[in-house]
Design a protein around this ligand. Structure first.
Ligand SMILES: Cc1ncc(COP(=O)(O)O)c(C=O)c1O
Length: 382
């Protein structure tokens, strides 16, 4: 068998390498997982199973059932004051499929996409697979890992077509403040950029509220908001994402999706429709738990030798600075895994500006976090 040339030297990403190593080890305290440790609530499961018994076992409408698209609109209006109608919503197979469809729909070969680094690593691959050119906009801890206007202006060229934002951010856990979003919006308008705004962590903000990019003046027509059920409603395995944006873009994305997946699993859509309409109280409950966990871990990290960590702003990630240890982020992570059996992800797995940092996911019980912090502290004392 001969693989395609472009895959003949395919290597796992920095993140996948860690996951593969953990699978072969026993007793790992795993702080590398980007999914909530809570199971999906049983009434959501019941809603999906009841739908199956009522006959919802057939192909779904390609764009998604009207009830779930309406529930998406209601949820975003209620939580983030975003006005959208079901015609502007497409249900996707996980949040991960959304940028893939959007980039295919938007890019001509050679078009440039600005990625704000450090960022969710699949974006790089998706831009290339869509014929585009990823352009890294590096951010720093001093600037809150948010793009400065000067840096943004510097990377924009006549070929720049799309700006991809992600706030709250994986991996930094930082949130871009409203004023900075407004400044970015002005740049997007000036250079006629389309904005893909990955807001999948919208339900997990610990200071202030979430600002949906499409609610900024003039931005709705040039923004696709990307959301999903994985992080907010603990439904990772259901693979439910959605996109909200201009009807013409949604139409083309639906067409592209029809030849990839032929729609999103019928039962998952029914579960999501129920969850979006009925679980607001649970979101608050879980956010409180994540906030407590993150506060605890930040305190512990800041008491460790050669480590500093800023407080959590959003998502469930912390991004401590380990530069003073003298180790690269890869060296640190692998040594921590091998010596202390604590799994984290090297910051460099999210782009070069993540070098010098680790991503710690607070997606484990406090009991496990306590043990992991004890082990990491002992590891650093050497
Ligand atoms: C920033 C970001 N976007 C999108 C996704 C995709 O999530 P899912 O495909 O589970 O909806 C993730 C998952 O980790 C993420 O961190």
């Amino acid at each position: 068998m001969k693989l395609a040339d472009r895959y003949s030297n395919a290597q796992p990403s920095g993140m996948v390498k860690i996951f593969q190593a953990i699978e072969k080890m026993d007793g790992v305290l795993n702080l590398s997982i980007g999914e909530p440790d809570f199971d999906t609530e049983h009434d959501i499961i019941d809603a999906a199973s009841n739908a199956a018994k009522e006959g919802f076992t057939h192909y779904p409408p390609l764009q998604g059932f009207l009830d779930v698209r309406t529930a998406v609109c209601d949820y975003w209006k209620r939580h983030h004051n975003l006005d959208c109608v079901p015609e502007e919503v497409l249900m996707t197979v996980g949040g991960i499929q959304t940028p893939n469809l959007a980039l295919r729909a938007l890019l001509n070969p050679g078009d440039e996409v600005v990625l704000v680094e450090p960022c969710f690593s699949p974006y790089f691959v998706q831009v290339k697979d869509s014929g585009g050119v990823p352009v890294s906009l590096k951010t720093t801890e001093e600037n809150g890992f948010a793009p400065t206007l000067a840096d943004l202006e510097k990377v924009i060229t006549p070929r720049t077509r799309v700006l991809l934002l992600n706030s709250p951010c994986n991996p930094t856990g930082r949130v871009v403040p409203r004023q900075q979003l407004e400044e970015i919006a002005a740049v997007a308008a000036r250079h006629d950029l389309f904005v893909l705004s990955d807001e999948i962590y919208e339900a997990l903000i610990y200071k202030g509220g979430h600002v949906s990019f499409a609610t900024l003046p003039g931005m709705k027509a040039r923004t696709l908001v990307m959301g999903g059920m994985s992080k907010s409603h603990c439904m990772t395995g259901w693979r439910v994402g959605y996109a909200m944006g201009p009807v013409e873009l949604i139409r083309v994305m639906t067409m592209i999706a029809s030849s990839q997946t032929y729609g999103l699993n019928t039962l998952a859509q029914k579960g999501a429709a129920y969850a979006l309409a009925n679980h607001d109280a649970k979101l608050i409950e879980r956010k409180k738990i994540f906030a407590e966990r993150m506060d605890y871990v930040v305190k512990r990290l800041n008491n460790m030798k050669n480590v500093t960590c800023t407080s959590a702003e959003g998502a469930f990630y912390l991004f401590p600075n380990i530069e003073k240890t003298g180790l690269s982020s890869e060296e640190f992570v692998w040594k921590l895994l091998e010596d202390a059996h604590v799994a984290t992800i090297p910051g460099s797995a999210f782009g070069t500006s993540g070098e010098g940092y680790l991503r710690i996911a607070c997606t484990q019980s406090t009991e496990i976090l306590v043990q992991a912090m004890d082990k990491m502290e002992a590891f650093l004392k050497g």
